[in-house]
Write a new protein. Structure first.
Length: 509
């Protein structure tokens, strides 16, 4: 029996639902019905939560249980789709698990493929060499991000929490999507040969990884030519460059850049500008790398040199900040005090002229990008903060802290193939929000939203459509804490709910 809050609200097995589309007036003060409602078809789902499986008829993972708190879909922080259309990879932070889900051939088919873990307490997944109790100092210890090489032959996963500092390498069959573990590198001597023996160490490795340039890695990106891999490290306030052998996928530590004096091995830039660096993005032209520093509230720009090394070019922040005097700021067009705080994800537009930055607090900032030198400037924003009135377009129900708005806790961003529609995973809303994008100006306008939380839906007093399986507070709906969206074949969207340990297949109509 689940110990979670009591559930409320009927469950319909219908696969389609309609959402009232709301469009903001030009000054963001009012909303009016749009000409067409948002329609989303839910084609299928897979879950580690037995309560969700019972309510929605999802495929169950091995070991599924009430709350799903020790399966590979618990705490999903990253999700990737293989280009062959047969596999989806979910990185579960809760218990140190990488899961491969098998897709197709029918659009709604999703099944368990395999899983790997650094946690020796997990019996349902293959234990990697060097697996430890609770995954401490193992190849997969609190994983944070993943990336697939351009040729599809390798997949890399970063792990880092409580001073872990690891990058694991998996070989990948580009036709079937199947994975096999190869090895890992670490900045923590405790995970190296003198400790658990799980990984090889980089030259700058230290006890617990602190100051190695790799402490608490938060994400990774691979250069467009596949020759280099870049890792952001939150505690070390750094970005580390690895040379990558394209044939074997092997990594070699090259250099790092940091804003923390504790990481003395790294080239130093202005103090604190890379504090909790995360979300690395290599521009489509391969010339620049951008990172989101969560604690600093900055977007940082690096030039990718001809040798693949990085050269720091500067930082952008939402407002003037005494801690960050070296950063350019966005004045009014980047919103107010909270708008660019805790940046979560960065997405580049297909025309390469704009970056879109989601803030976990409840906003999306549009940054104009100079394609020649990579410089960023504020263009516009859309927000759930009432205090951003007159600075940003506002979504319905803005509030002092964006609570209850359709952008509260916005995370992953997904742009349609024609570049005119943006979907956002909204964690605190337990669902998704649809925005219209102006390709010329880059500006966003609210269209509609859908939620697994009845309290935030039109079934109660909210503004969002009700997703199938919605509950009183989103718990066990299959959408509780929706954090990741990935584009599938056709117009499919894979949506991961981190607290409900569920991945759903959605098709906007």
């Amino acid at each position: 029996m689940s110990t979670r809050r009591a559930l409320a609200g009927p469950f319909s097995t219908a696969l389609a639902f309609a959402c009232l589309a709301l469009l903001l007036a030009s000054d963001g003060d009012a909303a009016r019905p749009g000409p067409k409602p948002l329609r989303v078809e839910v084609l299928g789902c897979i879950t580690g939560n037995s309560d969700v499986a019972g309510r929605r008829g999802c495929v169950k993972l091995a070991g599924a249980r009430a709350e799903g708190d020790s399966t590979g879909l618990a705490g999903v922080v990253a999700m990737l789709a293989g280009s062959e259309g047969k596999s989806l990879y979910a990185v579960g932070n809760g218990f140190g698990i990488l899961t491969r889900l098998a897709l197709g051939p029918s659009p709604g088919r999703i099944l368990f493929g395999s899983c790997f873990t650094g946690n020796s307490f997990i019996d349902e997944c293959a234990n990697l060499p060097g697996a430890q109790a609770n995954a401490v100092q193992s190849p997969l210890s609190h994983p944070t991000g993943a990336a697939i090489s351009p040729d599809g032959r390798f997949l890399y996963v970063t792990s880092g929490e409580f001073h872990d500092a690891t990058v694991a390498r998996f070989s990948r069959d580009p036709d079937s999507g199947e994975l096999a573990y190869v090895d890992c590198l670490t900045g923590d001597l405790g995970a190296g040969p003198s400790g658990t023996g799980a990984c090889a160490v980089i030259p700058s490795a230290t006890k617990d990884g602190y100051g190695s340039g790799l402490d608490e890695p938060q994400g990774l990106a691979i250069g467009t030519d596949g020759g280099h891999l870049y890792v952001t490290a939150g505690l070390d306030q750094s970005v580390t460059t690895f040379a990558r052998d394209k044939a074997s996928g092997a990594l070699e530590f090259r250099s790092c850049i940091s804003s923390s004096p504790q990481a003395a091995v790294c080239a130093q830039v202005h103090r604190n500008v890379l504090d909790e660096a995360a979300a690395p993005l290599v521009s489509a032209d391969g010339k620049f790398l951008y990172t989101a520093a969560r604690r600093a509230g900055t977007i940082d720009t690096f030039a990718v040199t001809p040798t693949g090394e990085l050269a720091y070019r500067g930082c952008f922040t939402g407002v003037k900040n005494g801690r960050l005097p070296s950063c350019r700021h966005g004045k009014g067009s980047a919103g107010g005090t909270y708008t660019l705080q805790a940046p979560a994800k960065i997405m580049e537009a297909p025309d390469r002229r704009f970056l879109y930055v989601s803030s976990s607090y409840g906003s999306i900032v549009v940054l104009k990008r100079n394609r020649a030198n990579g410089t960023l400037s504020a263009s516009s924003c859309i927000s759930g903060f009432a205090g951003d009135r007159g600075k940003c377009a506002l979504v319905p129900r803005p509030s002092r802290l964006a609570t209850g708005s359709p952008l509260n806790g916005v995370r992953s961003l997904l742009l349609s193939r024609n570049g005119k529609t943006l979907f956002a995973a909204v964690r605190s809303m337990d669902g998704i929000t649809k925005l219209r994008r102006n390709p010329r100006s880059g500006a966003l306008a609210f269209v509609a939203c859908a939620t697994g939380d009845l309290k935030q839906s039109t079934a109660r007093d909210g503004v969002c459509a009700t997703l199938p399986g919605a509950t009183k507070e989103g718990v066990d709906s299959g959408f509780d804490k929706t954090t990741e969206l990935v584009q599938g074949p056709g117009r499919l969207i894979y949506a991961a709910a981190s607290r409900d340990s569920t991945v759903s297949i959605l098709r906007p109509r």
